[in-house]
Design a protein around this ligand. Sequence first.
Ligand code: ZN
Length: 452
Amino acid sequence: MRITFLGATGTVTGSRYMLEGGRGRLLIDCGLFQGLKNLRLRNWAPFPVPVEKLDAVLLTHAHLDHTGYLPRLLREGFKGPVFGTAPTLDLLKIMLPDSAKLMEEEAYHARKHGYSKHKKPQPLYTVKDVERCYRRFSPLEWNRQTKIPGGFQAELHRAGHILGASTATISSGKQRITFSGDLGRMNDPLLPNPDPPPASDYLVVESTYGNRVHPPVDPMAQLQKHILAVHLRGGKLIIPAFAVGRAQFILHCLNELRKSKRIPDMPVFVDSPMASKVSELYARYSNEHCLDKQSCERVFAGAHFVDDREESERLMIRPGPCIILSASGMATGGRVLGHIQSCAGDPRNMILFTGFQAAGTRGADLVAGNKSIKMHGEYVEIKCEVAQMENASAHADAPAMIDWLRKLSAKPKRVFVTHGEPEAADALRRRIVDELGFDAMVPEFGQKIDLE
Ligand SMILES: [Zn+2]
């Protein structure tokens, strides 16, 4: 087998790895590059290998940095099947159209206001391109070796992280390689623990938190503290949350806090159409997470899901106390902007961020204490409190990655460290070498390596 690193090198986005076996080619993950402009431009470059020579695509989980390039791959001429777990493929039917819609809107605005260098700005793909993907979807079962085109065998194990997330072990001939995908955390209140890695000759592991240790704080206790403070002053608590995973995690925490009477009764609203649809999927796939059907129903029944825009606008002028969850999680867009705008001027209110805030986003500016934020073309003065939950990440930290690798029954020939900023990837590589005695390397963009 031979592996080519087509993304997630020197960055956390654009996960794409090509495996070449004796009889064909398989693409593991098909992610979008996000964040800095020089990375985003890679989405527009021709795919580095002729796409018609790919026999199949296998997706570890639904996040767009692992899947968001798929509609473009089809547009470029990919003709094969797309494998993943059933919940992953169902999540994509919610997330990919949303991604396409945003791209179409952006192209429309760029055309209208002429701020693009291109004469006719085009979206990377459209909702129509997305719909063409669905008939290629082919769900795989957990823990079962399955033959896939190109002469490969694939086996998926649980990765935690988000609903349906998997690690993928691929064999061809006598070689076995395991991709960690994005690895979740042990003892997550909502998601199953990651399964130990199966014996493998090679591994490709993520390093998002490769140089960090999660602080030992209880997210539930943090949430309780902020809710009590806001309730006492009769304010509104605005929680920007990623629609997939984070929103459901917060709803679960709220339900637990309410059940144990650690917080007073106050209305909870979810103002994100995508979060509503994803929550429905959680209820449908109750065997894929830690809540049974009844608890799942209770968790989601505890909140009022806002669907239409008018109701959302009424909610913006509703007085506190209340809790409003809305997307996007880094306040880069979405309905949460309207809520931040309308609550920012009142010191009784609070904006509580729940996850990692990437550089250059409004979320990062707010968390850094910026008192004037540009939204919808005007500056908004921030008088309300801004806070961030410190320990709500959906990724394993460095010690947890080492513990996971330690569970291998035999020493692998080599570990490839990807999906991290350069410092994080190198820090994890060093720990793997020093603490586990495995051979490890950080591959470069486009690098091809023979797996002997
Ligand atoms: Zn992910």
